[in-house]
Ligand binder design. Structure first.
Ligand code: ADP
Ligand code: MG
Length: 375
């Protein structure tokens, strides 16, 4: 029986994917540069190496029947070679290659007729000034590669701000985006299995603080028309991409009710963490089902509402989780701690999910619970 899964990346996403895989009886191995990584602690075997280390990927391939990812990095040449030798790799190297370059991803979406904010590649201060004449300020300068949790973004408010933004992202390949004055940010988690079946989760609202996901509200408190638009756009986007797996699609809603795609993540997504408690099939189990050729599960919510709040580090140092006993005394609250050894300012250390009858009630309890915890 083919029951060995290899995951490139051993962070919290790999850890939660591993829990789901173990539940279904798979054995799991991961690659992560940090020993005792969040996933490394709960899987059968961890290879300690960089995500892109060719030899490590080949070693992981040798002990896996299915190879998948928790990050949007990929050594496409190696993956293509392994795929040719018959290893099942999802999402496909082609899709990972498109997505890992944020600029290339935007070009791909635009060519597919999917609405995105205006964008242009830039290198120098002069390039940015030229684009500013077209887009106007503010603009968002973004790193094309390896950007996450807002760490690859710098907002440019006026011509004077260009240098500081370039300094923040120095040494990286860049592009600039028109600022979208959105009314809400939404996200849709979508799954496709190796048979081509697609399953779409409810449209959720994401609320960011300092460019990092802070809260997720399910279902998004929006007009049904906008939810339908977002859902259709997610399906259309999926149809443009190859390969199986769970994808997180981030979107902006504008004042006039338009929906634009912000970015695609070719993996389980922070906006889908609520599904563990709130949906019939969690995004993590769905991903395992999708990449191993199993039927997809129902994406329906089991309760009318759910809110997820991230637990971000508030200091730098060794982890010292406090307040768990107070939070867990509240009904309908679930806590996830990722097992990271070090806490850092704004690092994702865990999350809390609250399920209930109304979004308002869940939101209140989520915020209260977060205040009771420190890590
Ligand atoms: N063009 C834009 N206009 C307005 N806000 C933006 C724009 N691009 C990004 N943001 C804000 O920054 C957040 C993080 O940006 P994103 O490009 O999604 O990077 P990351 O990969 O770090 O999530 C978004 O969720 C949004 O709140
Ligand atoms: Mg994002």
């Amino acid at each position: 029986m083919k029951n060995r899964i290899g995951i490139v990346g051993g962070g919290q996403l790999g850890r939660m994917m591993a829990f789901a895989a173990k539940q279904l009886g798979f054995t799991v191995s991961v690659i992560d540069p940090t020993s005792k990584s969040p996933a490394g602690q709960v899987v059968d075997y961890q290879i300690v190496a960089a995500y892109n280390d060719e030899q490590a990927i080949r070693e992981l391939a040798k002990i896996s029947d299915y190879l998948t990812f928790e990050i949007e990095l990929a050594n496409a040449a190696v993956l293509d070679d392994l795929a040719k030798k018959g290893l099942s790799i999802h999402p496909s190297a082609k899709t990972l290659t498109i997505i890992k370059d944020k600029f290339g991803q935007k070009q791909f979406l635009r060519q597919a007729g999917i609405p995105v904010a205006d964008f242009e590649a830039v290198e120098t201060k002069e390039d940015i000034e030229t684009v500013a004449k077209k887009f106007g300020y503010p603009m968002v300068l973004k790193a094309r590669f390896d950007a996450y949790d807002g760490r690859g973004n710098a907002v440019i408010r006026n011509a004077k701000g260009i240098e500081a933004a370039l300094k923040k992202l120095s040494g990286r390949k860049l592009y600039v985006e028109k600022n979208v004055s959105f009314t809400k940010e939404l996200a849709v988690v979508v799954a496709r299995n190796t048979k081509g079946e697609i399953a779409i989760y409810p449209v959720v609202e994401t609320i960011h603080k300092n460019n990092i996901c802070h809260l997720v509200i399910a279902p998004a408190p929006i007009d049904q028309k906008i939810a339908t638009k977002a859902s259709k756009l997610a399906r259309k986007t999926m149809q443009q991409l190859q390969g199986a797996g769970v994808f997180g699609i981030e979107m902006f809603v504008t004042k006039d009710g338009n929906v634009l795609i912000n970015e695609i993540a070719p993996r389980v997504h922070n906006s889908g963490h609520y599904t563990t408690e709130a949906c019939v099939t969690s995004q993590f189990e769905q991903h395992i089902r999708a990449v191993t050729g199993l039927p997809l599960g129902s994406t329906k919510m089991k309760m009318p509402a759910a809110v997820m709040i991230n637990i971000l580090g508030e200091r730098t140092g060794q982890v010292d989780a406090k307040g768990l006993e107070k939070v867990l005394a509240i009904p309908n609250v679930s806590v996830h701690i990722y097992g990271k050894m070090e806490t850092k300012l704004e690092r994702k250390m865990g999350h809390i999910t609250v399920i209930g009858e109304t979004v308002a009630e869940c939101l209140l309890i989520a915020k209260k619970s977060r205040k009771l915890l420190s890590i």
